[in-house]
Ligand binder design. Structure first.
Ligand SMILES: *[C@@H]1O[C@H](CO)[C@@H](O)[C@H](O)[C@H]1NC(C)=O
Ligand SMILES: *[C@@H]1O[C@H](CO)[C@@H](O)[C@H](O)[C@H]1NC(C)=O
Ligand SMILES: *[C@@H]1O[C@H](CO)[C@@H](O)[C@H](O)[C@H]1NC(C)=O
Ligand SMILES: *[C@@H]1O[C@H](CO)[C@@H](O)[C@H](O)[C@H]1NC(C)=O
Length: 141
């Protein structure tokens, strides 16, 4: 291995890193897609801890929440904080029922989602999506 070969390899690696970095920053601008519940999807019978799922994520503006479920017996509603706490599903802000619903986060704040079936909400099928104003520079909060 001569000097040239080594320089070429280094340049190649730097180029690859640059491409990876560029595509990563592009993805950040486009926002992340979060499938709610990951492989469990949006399913009360999965026994997934949805609140832990939501609090383990760092959501940002432009991110997308994807709810996948069997629309025959389930749906998604966005509710107020107070209805979220009490599992009152009678006056949702928004109803989704396609079985494959995307919700794009347009502004910072809290978004509360649950099932329109109050007993599913009470069983823990509910998420509090907290969206930060700006990316935290060095520390959280
Ligand atoms: C959805 O649920 C209904 C009723 O339980 C069931 O008959 C149907 O097979 C399910 N569909 C899928 C794709 O799982
Ligand atoms: C809840 O959603 C399911 C599925 O979309 C629907 O069949 C049912 O009527 C809804 N129930 C209420 C109380 O809105
Ligand atoms: C649910 O909310 C609606 C609208 O705010 C209210 O009229 C109703 O009494 C509430 N139901 C329960 C069980 O608290
Ligand atoms: C749901 O929609 C997303 C795109 O929004 C797609 O990637 C995914 O395959 C769809 N899932 C199902 C089960 O149709």
């Amino acid at each position: 291995m001569g000097y040239f070969a080594q320089t070429l390899t280094t340049n190649k690696m730097l180029c690859t890193l640059l491409v990876i970095e560029l595509s990563m920053s592009y993805m950040m601008v486009m926002g992340e897609v979060y499938k709610v519940g990951d492989s469990a999807g949006w399913d009360v019978n999965s026994n997934l801890d949805y609140q832990s799922w939501a609090s383990s994520k760092t959501f940002r503006v432009d991110d997308v929440l994807l709810f996948e479920y069997n629309a025959t017996n389930e749906n998604v509603i966005e509710v107020t904080h107070s209805d979220f706490r009490s599992c009152n599903t009678s006056t949702p802000i928004k109803v989704f029922n396609s079985g494959n619903d995307s919700f794009t986060i347009k502004a910072p704040g809290h978004y509360f989602f649950t099932s329109n079936l109050s007993e599913h909400c009470k069983a823990g099928q509910k998420i509090d999506v907290r969206v930060l104003k700006t990316p935290p520079p060095y520390k959280f909060d």
